[in-house]
Design a protein around this ligand. Structure first.
Ligand code: NAP
Length: 348
């Protein structure tokens, strides 16, 4: 396996929020590309052969554009495909590398996909859907309600996978998304450009701590770099980062680029923890968490050191600082419409 190079690569969830950046990055990377063929597994109904589809939809346009760049497309629904159907799909197409970008709502299907890959004769390498917070950062990580699904998958992999190589790409928060305050819970962090307001969370010491970020385009670059470094990545949780900055630095950059003063609201970590108790409905016998529970907990983890390391793994992937976005780039992109305006080269 030390001389393994990915050849037939399959991406699952590659049209999603972060999957779109990863797919775009892998398609546009310079030659030699880290694959011979690159295939997307997407749910049926996206193209003109389906009566229920809308060919003018953003997804249909995106996939058609990517096909013109060489992407192959297979249809299938991860919810209904059985493990044996997955194994058949992998072996029939000779896929050797699988990247999963499934979202939180479909993470529960990953164990069966991993089991199917382990059973297959072709798949050698699996990158599960991580691309976020380090779920094994410290002893407290195991108690975080936001980490349950990803920790369960890591346990499943430790207990059931022996043949496959696995790599987790841990990116921390996407700077592009972190900038948007969580609606209804703005005090948990972010920037409101129209209102010229900044929301900053203080850590346990009452200080504003540094946070390690990845921009969404850099997540794509790091996954592409991972595919170029199989032997260095096997069996690892790679911690990769675009830049590590203090939210006060972000504020200064906003004030510089907009030429306006922002009104800043500071929130203590205890206030955030109290808010979390309400959002997770912790005092109820049958808790019914609110949609803001996950983002607010993640923002508390990020504000209190959950993204900081003595050293990141950027150099393992030979990714240099000059190849990555800067704080200035991230703020400029947000002011130009943010990740919500990305079209990946397709006319909107
Ligand atoms: N670091 C951060 O700040 C951050 C932020 C957000 C997410 N994340 C992480 O990034 C990873 C991917 O999350 P995401 O938000 O990018 O994913 P997402 O957009 O919610 O979904 C990804 C894709 O999953 C596919 N899918 C397959 N079956 C599905 C089903 N039954 N229902 C819905 N989607 C289905 C869809 O692709 P098709 O339509 O092509 O089938 C969809 O585009 C997760 O691990 C998440 O935790 C990190």
């Amino acid at each position: 396996m030390s001389d393994f190079k990915p050849s037939k690569v399959l991406i699952i969830g590659g049209t999603g929020t972060i999957g779109s950046y990863i797919t775009s990055s892998l398609l546009s990377t310079s030659s030699p590309k880290p694959y011979s063929t690159f295939t997307l597994l997407t749910r049926p109904g996206w193209d003109s052969s389906s009566s229920s589809s809308d060919p003018s939809s953003k997804k249909a346009k995106l996939i058609t554009h990517w096909q013109s760049q060489g992407l192959r497309v297979l249809t299938g629904d991860v919810a209904s495909l059985s493990p044996s159907a997955f194994t058949h799909l992998f072996d029939e197409n000779n896929f050797d590398t699988i990247i999963s970008c499934l979202g939180r709502a479909t993470l529960q299907y990953q164990p069966k996909i991993i089991d199917a890959a382990e059973q297959s004769t072709s798949v050698q390498w699996f990158l599960p859907s991580e691309f976020g917070t380090d779920v094994e950062h410290n002893a407290d990580s195991a108690r975080e309600p936001t980490h349950v699904g990803k920790l369960a998958l890591r346990k499943h992999i430790r207990e059931h996978v022996s043949r496959l190589k696995v790599t987790y790409v841990v990116t921390g928060p996407y700077f592009d998304m972190w900038l948007y305050p969580t609606p209804g819970c703005e005090q948990a962090g972010g920037f409101n450009i129209e209102g010229k307001k900044a929301y900053v969370v203080q850590n346990e010491k009452g200080e504003v701590g540094r946070v390690g970020f990845c921009t969404m385009w850099d997540v794509g670059k790091f996954v592409t770099a991972t595919l170029r470094h199989p032997a260095q990545s096997f069996g690892k949780a790679l911690k990769v980062q675009s830049f590590v900055v203090n939210p006060q630095d972000v504020l200064k950059e906003f004030e510089k680029q907009t030429g306006s003063k922002f009104d800043v609201t500071y929130t203590t970590v205890d206030e955030i923890k109290n808010l979390e108790n309400v959002l997770w409905d912790k005092n109820s016998d049958k808790p019914q968490p609110k949609p803001q529970a996950t983002p607010v907990t993640l923002r508390r983890i990020w504000a209190t050191g959950g993204t900081l390391y003595d050293k990141d793994d950027n150099d393992v992937l030979e990714v240099k600082k000059e190849d990555l976005d800067t704080l200035e780039d991230g703020v400029r992109r947000y002011l130009a419409g943010g990740y919500k305006a990305e079209t990946f080269g397709v006319e909107a």
